[in-house]
Design a protein around this ligand. Sequence first.
Ligand SMILES: Cc1ncc(COP(=O)(O)O)c(C=O)c1O
Length: 430
Amino acid sequence: MNRVRRPKAAKHSVSPEQALRLAGRYLMNTYRRPTLVFVRGRGCYLYDHRGRKYLDFLGGLAVNALGYSHPRLTRVIRRESARAVHFSNLFHHPYQGPLARKLTEWSGLERVFFTNSGTEAVEGALKLARLAAHKRGTEGKARILALENSFHGRTFGALSITHPAKYRDPFGPLVPGVEFVRFNDVADLEAKFDDSVCGIVIEPIQGEGGIYPVSTAFWSRARELANHYGAALIADEIQSGLGRTGRPFAYQRHTGLPDIVVIAKPLAGGLPLGAILARETFAESFSPGLHGSTFGGGPLACAVALEFLSTIEDENLLENVRQRGSQLRAELTRLAGDFDFVREVRGEGLIFGIELAVEGKPYVEGALRETLIINCTHECVLRLLPPFIVTERQIDEFMRRFRQVLNKTKRPKSLPAELSESRTAAAASR
Ligand SMILES: Cc1ncc(COP(=O)(O)O)c(C=O)c1O
């Protein structure tokens, strides 16, 4: 076991035991967390309160693309926090404009609005799609199409276009005017698209849904129909974007730009920052007072985001994502051949889903005991989202130890095929 020196406790920090006790006593009960406390991270490793070192292949759920304590981000955070963490959005600061320009260069879109989170970016994108339709004077053009098996966030608009019942049903009634299209089903898309649609929202790779890429045929037809009916094609790149696939955006695998793109997660290296990117023809619908945010796009977050994107460019990290992605894919494919309960490996770049024929949770817990961090989505899909800085040796280390976890963990009962929602989605995608 790798032990490290315990760092000095920060001023307001309490003992790990107290931290767990106070969390149990005072926090709302929204997460199921293991009884350990992480105190710091460096590169692709995290350290808990006992000094145990963990190899992180979840990357803070796709946020920590440059790992932890990256020296370039740390330097900017120090510098900017000593200058100003926040001005109001009633005034300019030096970083929003350059960051917006860089995001337009990466995406091919033309205008940017900054938010604090992914779900807020989704809300803004839905508002923009409806606004653009209203401004064009198209009476009743307010329907929004989304995909089955989707996940877009937890606020009401984003929740209304999120498909699985477990997220939606406890909170109804949701926003009206939403209809779901079967995943990758072009005929269903054509049947549901008409002049009353103002926007269609697509994750180019469904993340929470179990790592399912949208097909080129589906994307192209959505682009054509959106053009034909004057609706917005909205790409939710919150999990798949900003380099995760080895391209700036996952939609760049297909031809046809979206009209609106939403991003967040890794943008500011872990500081809360999201954005709506849009073509001029949609962005022009906004005018002062129609949309806004108190915190979105503050100087500290924007300066760090500029440094994040520059680091990816300067250090050619998209190439690393592609190379390490190929290595990981080859290793996972070999592993799938060695374990009969591994049904399928899906993904590209550094976003992978390993679909099991059994429940995934015991493997996530087993991995954690072996100081590997992964997670499970959709009951049976183990998900890997390692940082873009991951090395060849770290992938070797991960695979060696992950194999041990699969070997050592007592095999859970097989999931009945009809209960495996991801199977349904997979069938639809073929
Ligand atoms: C595709 C997608 N959209 C939206 C969201 C919501 O983002 P946030 O949690 O930042 O609100 C997520 C979060 O996992 C996501 O993966």
